[in-house]
Design a protein around this ligand. Structure first.
Ligand code: SF4
Length: 340
């Protein structure tokens, strides 16, 4: 491994994500001696990336953009936890406390969008990290990304739990006019207990909904993803109804819904979390999540209820799948009751 300059050194060379993965593999997160620890106690490690546009398969879009890796929002169900494992970091504390910042992300993206071969396909932001987690206030990489996309006339969908997105309504508007842009605010539930337990580092759900209101008022196509609905925490009919009513009251242009899925490192983390904090629920989760998704008919029952409530409160269903920045892979169904 080559030597690297200190974090925030003005020298041009930053370690790559692979360099960082190697360091962590050898010495754990403690080996990141250059990472800056900020007031939120997370460690921020600048890295340089070789590419920004990331090709994906099996999703409703072909390209993703993630200027950061890891997320201080620390949602226990986060499907991106498993990506941290792929880079030698654990899916528990390190996912939420060791954040990689791709310092040259906007420059690399700009160069990629300038290539004649780029066909201006739709891209999805925020599939593996929240582009408006607090550190974005410092680096503004997401803002730069939106501006680069507008210059490159490339349409995008963006998913976030960060009300900071309102800061960039001008850039979002510019992108919408240049190529098309949709903001998907993630608000799985407005239930206070479920929010505190499951999404410890996020803004209050109503704060997120107020951000949706502000974006819609600014002419941005913004709606809500009620995802994931977490069995036993946010899946009751009364909680679903309160959430959809609040979404409608805040003027969201659409709402989509999906039930939690658990895979690899995300599953490991979530099951450990449940066993530690809510041991009496653990057997039910083990039964419901034999596969990555709960059984087909469980999901259909939740989504059917959501559909009825959408009709009742007059909020449209989510737009076409091509705009959807959330992976929705369906596993084979098995029979388990809608017990929660
Ligand atoms: S905000 Fe999104 S990316 Fe961040 S931890 Fe929560 S689900 Fe994961």
């Amino acid at each position: 491994m080559r030597d690297h300059p200190l974090l925030f050194d003005l020298g041009p060379v930053k370690p790559t994500t692979r360099d960082i993965a190697d360091r962590v593999k050898q010495g754990g997160a403690a080996a990141l001696t250059e990472a800056e620890r900020r007031a939120d106690q997370a460690r921020y490690q600048e890295v340089s990336c070789r590419s920004a546009l990331n090709r994906v398969q099996g999703m409703p879009f072909n390209w993703t953009l993630n200027p950061y890796r890891g997320c201080t929002h620390g949602c226990h169900y986060c499907f991106a936890r498993r990506y941290h494992v792929q880079f030698e970091m654990n899916s528990d504390d390190e996912f939420a406390s060791v954040i990689l910042v791709k310092r040259n992300f906007v420059d690399v993206l700009t160069a990629e969008l300038d290539k004649p071969a780029w066909t201006r396909e739709h891209v999805a932001l925020g599939t593996a990290t929240d582009p408006y987690q607090p550190i974005e206030g410092h680096y503004k990489l997401t803002r730069g990304t939106l501006q680069a996309l507008a210059r490159g006339r490339t349409p995008a969908g963006l998913v976030t739990k960060g009300p900071m997105v309102v800061r960039d309504r001008d850039a979002l508007g510019e992108l919408a006019r240049a190529a098309g842009c949709t903001v998907y605010m993630s608000v799985p539930t407005v239930d206070d207990d479920a929010w505190r337990i499951l999404e410890p580092g996020t803004a209050h759900p109503l704060q997120r909904l107020r951000a949706v209101r502000e974006l819609v008022d600014a002419g941005i196509n913004a709606g809500v993803l009620m995802a994931p609905v977490v069995p036993g925490f946010s899946s009751s009919r009364s909680k679903l109804e309160r959430t959809i009513k609040a979404i409608a009251d805040h003027g969201a242009r659409f709402v989509g819904c999906n039930v939690m899925y658990l895979q690899d490192g995300t599953r490991t983390h979530f099951m450990k979390f449940i066993a530690r904090e809510f041991p009496s629920m653990a057997p039910r989760f083990e039964k419901l999540y034999i596969k990555k998704y709960p059984p087909d008919w469980y999901r259909k029952e939740v989504q059917g209820m959501v559909r009825v409530l959408q009709e009742r409160y007059g909020v449209s269903r989510r737009e076409g799948a091509e705009d959807t920045p959330v992976p929705e892979r369906v596993e084979e169904p098995e029979q388990v009751g809608f017990a929660w």
